[in-house]
Write a protein that binds this ligand. Structure first.
Ligand code: ADP
Ligand code: MG
Length: 292
């Protein structure tokens, strides 16, 4: 890719100045970027190409950035971060994104301990609409977790799904990514590297099931901190439970939806459209409690 190696000195810095750090990952740092002309605030995902010295690994990094950029620039949805600019310089790659100024859903849940059913429903509904949009475009996110779900407005729980660094176009021949870090949200068929084919996009439903479980109770369904077996084996076996505190106080409809999302065999897992039609998502709060 010729244009990656053309030097465009500091074009990013001519347009934006950088402010405080928002977060970081393995190769990226995310900071507030302010447009020098308009004063508008964005989030800039900055990748330092010099962190990687091996040529082939650097090529891989450039390729991942190209995929993340091309996928994100195609997508336009209120619950998905939008790209406002892409800058490729010799040493740095920059992705200018919508600023989700209220941080990660992860931190919000930690500070509230868990979310009410109404708030959990708000979260799940936005995420289901976002992944329905992605799946209709043939895109699988593959890395849905609380750290990649950002808050544009925490008062109203308005979300933005972020981090398309592992996303994939279904049917495109890309090699299987090794699962790095915690598999806490990873679907069993990914761990067993079974042929998934047409069930590809159901990996996102599994991860959303894990997200919903955590929203409702404040702890994860699978974890190495629980009794053995190791988390990986718990996931493959679909071994999780609903401890009576707090699950006894959670509606059976919510529990039913979690169970349908966390089906080990993707053929039995609820689809996006079925989930959107599930009674719990159609439930309306009334004074006396729950009505469907
Ligand atoms: P990585 O691929 O390294 O995980 P992410 O895209 O997930 O990179 O970004 C890392 C962290 O930076 C996120 O978990 C979040 O805390 C923060 N972040 C990323 N994008 C934004 C954004 N658009 N607005 C606010 N914070 C962001
Ligand atoms: Mg991330």
């Amino acid at each position: 890719n010729l244009d990656l190696h053309r030097s465009e000195p500091c074009l990013f810095k001519q347009n934006y100045f950088l402010d405080k750090k928002l977060g970081s990952g393995a190769f990226a740092e995310v900071r507030i970027a302010i447009n020098r002309v308009t004063g508008e605030r964005f989030a800039a995902k900055i990748i330092n190409r010099n962190r990687i010295t091996q040529i082939d690994k650097r090529k891989k990094l450039d390729e991942n950035f190209r995929i993340e950029t091309s996928i994100l620039s195609r997508v336009r949805h209120p619950a998905i971060v939008q790209v406002h600019g892409v800058f490729r310089e010799t040493d740095y790659l920059y992705l200018v994104l919508d600023l989700a100024s209220d941080g990660e859903l992860f931190d919000e849940i930690v500070s509230r301990q868990y979310l009410s059913e109404d708030d959990s429903r708000r979260v799940l509904l936005q995420l289901l609409l976002a992944i329905r949009h992605l799946h209709r475009m043939g895109i699988v996110h593959r890395d849905i977790k609380l750290e990649n779900i950002l808050l544009a407005d925490k008062q109203n729980l308005r979300l933005k799904l972020a981090d398309f660094g592992l996303a994939k176009i279904v049917g495109e021949q890309t090699f299987m990514k090794t699962v790095c870090g915690t598999p806490m949200y990873v679907a069993p068929e990914v761990l067993t590297v079974r042929q998934v084919g047409m069930y590809d996009n159901l990996v996102d439903i599994w991860s959303l099931g894990v997200v919903l479980y955590i929203c409702l109770c404040g702890f994860p369904p699978f974890s190495d901190e629980l009794a053995p077996p190791p988390m990986r084996d718990q996931i493959i076996a679909g071994m999780y439970s609903f401890p009576s505190d707090p699950w006894d106080h959670i509606s059976p409809e919510a529990i039913d939806l979690v169970c349908r999302m966390l089906q080990v065999d993707p053929r039995n897992r609820i689809t996006v459209d079925q989930a959107l039609a599930h009674p719990w998502l159609r439930a309306r709060r009334t004074k006396g409690g729950w009505s469907l």
